[in-house]
Each structure stands twice: as structure tokens, then as C-alpha cells.
Design a protein around this ligand. Structure first.
Ligand code: NDP
Length: 324
């Protein structure tokens, strides 16, 4: 039998964790024939809740689930890990300054990066979901000098999926008709969902919608969808975030011709090397590759630059705080 793949989930007792763990255990993260071993990392006060979730996982009798470990020690959680989903983070509270937010997350993602560096398997792949995701991924990466930098990624797949769904509704086509969607930049309100390369029925999407809708409805709806869900549901999006994390890792491992993911920049498209920014990507042989050769029009250039500028500011801020 195949050796189980160890998947570590941080913030496992949280909302997203609850929506994520059952899907991992059922085989949706890696494939229906890949056994998994789960490691749940939580802060001490949430370990008991994680144990409750583990009891429910047991009660599903998932054929692919070979074991569950629950711990508050990152060195234990990441020991031999092949996939790490970093979901637990310090949320921005009312009145919190950006520096305080970054500092609090530096205290989480720095040690986790080091624990990954010291304990994870050689093929470790890291997806950061907890916000500010791109910069948290950068912090973790900078504390893991022995792990190839490209193994640290952040999630923009939920934004990507939201963009697909908004466009499909507008044009009244199934989401499967849409190809080459791209989210650029930061997973924040400055993100840029690009319809100038997306295709619907083989034709450029931006040419099938009016510019006012694209600019004043589509872009802000995608960027602010999280807030709209909080408003409607009374709680932040969790199942859709978990779904996007599943999509990201599945495609990373199993391959895809085109999606969006935040990965370390190699300088493509004028994005400064090293920052973890969302790009149009393919996955081949288990590695993300930035899709090259796209022409960037002036409208897109301005928006990509604005989001990238924000990422550079976040990087400079965590540098100034001594977090990287
Ligand atoms: P959630 O599970 O709802 O969210 C977890 C993180 O995901 C947040 O940072 C959230 O950011 C982020 N996120 C990213 N994309 C989305 C999205 N589309 N929708 C919603 N959230 C998104 O948080 P809970 O508070 O329910 O649970 C967090 C858990 O993490 C707690 O159990 C806590 O104990 C744990 N934790 C664990 C740590 C550890 O293992 N060392 C460290 C810190 C916390 P945002 O807030 O900006 O929405």
C-alpha cells in the first residue's frame, strides 16, 4: 500500500478548518487513491475543540484516513509533513494598526516557517490561507532557508473562483465555458481580476461585457465578496475558502494549464522578484510556472502595479519590524 501523505492544518479548530478537514480526509485534496495522515495544529486553548473535530473525523470512517495527530507544538505538527495548510492567523481587529497586525502574524508565521524548515519532508508544499496571506507566506518562507522558496504560496484561488462565478452569471454561461481567468497581486481589496485574457467561448471576456460593468461592478464585487458574505451570513466565508484551498493544492500536485496562485515572483510582468504575488500560473510536474508572454494593457497595468505596490509596502513593513 502507498505511504500516507502527511497533511498539516493550522488553525484546525477554526471555521475554515472545519470545512477543510473532512474534504482532505475524503481524498479531495490529493486524489481518491492517496491515503492521508492529518496533523492538526492549534493554540493550546483550542486543542480541545480540535479533538472534538478529530472525533467527528473518526466517526466518518474515511477509508483513506490513516491517522490523526493533534498538537500545539509546530515541531510536532510539521514533522515529516508533505503538505502544510496554514489557516490559523491573527485577524485584524477593529482599531488595529497594520504594524500590530503584521507583528502578531510575524509571531505565528516566523516560528511556523522555522518549524517547517527543521522538520518537514523534503517535498513539503505550503499554502497560506490566513491573512494577510501573501505577506504571512513571505514571513514563513524567510524563516525556512533550507526549503526551496517556491514551495511557499498564498491563496488567491477563492478570488479566482469568485471571478469565474460572477462572469458566468453575467454572461449566463456555465463556469466551464470560461478559460484563462487571472487574479493578479495581493489577496486584498487591491487584487486585480483580469478579464482581458480570460476567454468565454474562445473570445476575450472583456469584449463581451461593457467597460462600466467590468470597472464598477465586476472588479469591486470580486474584491469585496468576503465582506458581502459576512454581511449576509453573519460569519466569514469558510466552506468556499476551504474549497479554494483544496483546488489550489490539488492543481499544484496534479497539474493544470491555467489558474491563479500567489507564488514568489521571478520578476515576470514587472513584479519585483521575491514578493509573493498572484499570477496566471500553470502547474507541471508538481511545480507552479508563471504563464509568460501576455500583453498587459494600460488599464490592467495600473491595477497590477497598485496591488504589487501594496505587497512591496507590506514586505518593507515586515522588514522594518525585523520579522524577515
Ligand atoms: P477562520 O477559520 O474563519 O479563518 C482563518 C484565517 O483564514 C483568517 O486569517 C482569515 O482571514 C483567513 N481567510 C482567508 N481567506 C478567507 C476567506 N475567503 N474567508 C474567510 N477567511 C479567510 O477563522 P477562525 O477564527 O474560525 O479560526 C482560526 C483558528 O486559528 C482558531 O481556532 C485559532 O485558535 C487558530 N489559530 C491557530 C494558530 C496556530 O495554529 N498556531 C495561530 C492563530 C490562530 P480574515 O480574518 O482576514 O478573514
Amino acid at each position: 500500500a502507498q505511504t500516507p501523505v502527511k497533511v498539516t492544518v493550522t488553525g484546525a479548530a477554526g471555521q475554515i478548518g472545519y470545512a477543510l478537514l473532512f474534504r482532505i480526509a475524503s481524498g479531495q485534496l490529493l486524489g481518491a487513491d492517496v491515503p492521508v495522515k492529518l496533523s492538526l495544529l492549534e493554540v493550546p486553548q483550542a486543542v480541545k475543540a480540535a479533538e472534538g473535530t478529530a472525533m467527528e473525523l473518526d466517526d466518518c470512517a474515511f477509508p483513506l484516513l490513516s491517522g490523526i495527530e493533534i498538537t500545539d507544538d509546530p515541531n510536532v505538527a510539521f514533522a515529516g509533513a508533505n503538505v502544510a495548510l496554514l489557516v490559523g492567523a491573527m485577524p485584524r481587529k477593529a482599531g488595529m494598526e497594520r504594524g500590530d497586525l503584521l507583528e502578531a502574524n510575524g509571531g505565528i508565521f516566523g516560528p511556523q516557517g522555522k518549524a517547517i524548515n527543521d522538520n518537514a519532508a523534503d517535498d513539503i508544499r505550503v499554502l497560506v490561507v490566513g491573512n494577510p496571506a501573501n505577506t504571512n507566506a513571505l514571513i514563513a518562507q524567510q524563516h525556512a532557508p533550507d526549503v526551496p522558496a517556491e514551495r511557499f504560496t498564498a491563496m488567491t484561488r477563492l478570488d479566482h473562483n469568485r471571478a469565474l462565478s460572477q462572469l458566468a452569471a453575467k454572461l449566463q454561461v456555465p463556469v466551464t465555458e470560461i478559460k484563462k481567468m487571472t487574479i493578479w497581486g495581493n489577496h486584498s481589496a487591491t487584487q486585480y481580476p483580469d478579464l482581458f485574457h480570460a476567454e468565454v467561448g474562445g473570445k476575450i471576456a472583456a469584449e463581451q461585457v461593457d467597460e462600466a460593468w467590468l470597472r464598477d461592478t465586476f472588479i469591486p464585487t470580486v474584491a469585496k465578496r468576503g465582506a458581502a458574505i459576512i454581511e449576509a451570513r453573519g460569519a466569514s466565508s469558510a466552506a468556499s475558502a476551504a474549497n479554494a484551498a483544496i483546488d489550489h493544492v490539488f492543481d499544484w500536485v496534479n497539474g493544470t494549464e491555467w489558474t491563479s496562485a500567489a507564488i514568489p515572483s521571478d520578476g515576470s510582468y514587472g513584479v519585483p522578484e521575491g514578493i509573493i504575488s498572484s499570477f496566471p500560473v500553470a502547474s507541471r510536474g508538481g511545480r507552479w510556472e508563471i504563464i509568460q508572454g501576455l500583453e498587459i494593457d494600460a488599464f490592467s497595468r495600473e491595477r497590477i502595479d497598485a496591488s504589487v505596490r501594496e505587497l512591496v509596502e507590506e514586505r518593507d513593513a515586515v522588514r522594518a519590524l525585523g520579522l524577515i
